[in-house]
Design a protein around this ligand. Structure first.
Ligand SMILES: Nc1ncnc2c1ncn2[C@@H]1O[C@H](COP(=O)(O)OP(=O)(O)OP(=O)(O)O)[C@@H](O)[C@H]1O
Ligand SMILES: [Mg+2]
Length: 198
């Protein structure tokens, strides 16, 4: 089972990775977007680190909700509301939980993915964060989620042509570049592997 302090350690490590990789994420977004993804995300995750340090959080659902609300208020661009709706959907189904199994966590991620798809109206292979979440959840279910697998998933977005978001304005010129949102989601799954020891 995965307990609340492991969930907290995971989200904390993701926050650290986002802040550490701020320039890299913005460089990815510079190639096919407006170059603000790292800045957007680091702003939200710095705020999250501050807020979390001053709060008593009673359960896993509240951990997800606190992250969601902070990202919603601090992250501009498309990614803030998308990550926020994912974690809000995950929070709804985990309120009062103090532990979850890896399969329950996969179910929660699935709800998060559905929320992203509903909110952003994108589908698999549009070259968005969906192209990280979907295969990573499948790998988690199959007990095959590893750091190498996550890197593979993120890199597999490079040959895709963007059909949603700002990158889609580039048409064929979006091909050959990793999707920034998939990269920040990749950091999320890698922190999970590291901190939860999947
Ligand atoms: N409709 C969507 N559904 C899912 N993910 C999306 C969608 N639109 C954009 N994204 C994700 O958001 C990332 C860009 O986030 P960013 O923080 O840079 O916001 P932005 O500059 O407003 O983006 P964009 O203009 O691409 O929507 C993309 O790399 C992609 O993964
Ligand atoms: Mg951007």
């Amino acid at each position: 089972m995965i307990n609340q302090s492991q969930i907290q350690a995971w989200l904390q490590d993701w926050a650290i990775q986002i802040v550490d990789n701020k320039d890299y994420l913005s460089d990815l977004d510079n190639a096919i977007g407006d170059g603000d993804h790292g800045f957007n995300m680091a702003k939200g995750f710095s705020a999250y680190q501050e807020v979390r340090a001053t709060k008593e959080v009673p359960n896993i659902g509240e951990e997800f909700k606190l992250l969601a609300m902070t990202l919603l208020s601090k992250v501009g661009g498309a990614s803030g509301p998308l990550y926020s709706s994912a974690f809000l959907a995950m929070a709804k189904e985990s309120s009062d939980k103090s532990e979850v199994s890896p399969l329950e966590l996969a179910d929660l991620f699935e709800l998060g993915l559905e929320a992203i798809m509903k909110r952003g109206k994108a589908v698999p292979f549009d070259k968005t964060m969906i192209d990280c979440w979907k295969p990573a959840i499948e790998a988690l279910r199959a007990n095959e989620l590893t750091i190498e697998k996550v890197d593979e998933i993120v890199e597999a977005t490079a040959p895709m042509k963007a059909l949603k978001g700002r990158a889609s304005y580039l048409g064929d010129r979006s091909i050959g570049h990793i999707d920034p949102g998939s990269s920040s989601s990749g950091l999320m799954f890698k922190s999970l592997i590291k901190e939860v020891g999947l």
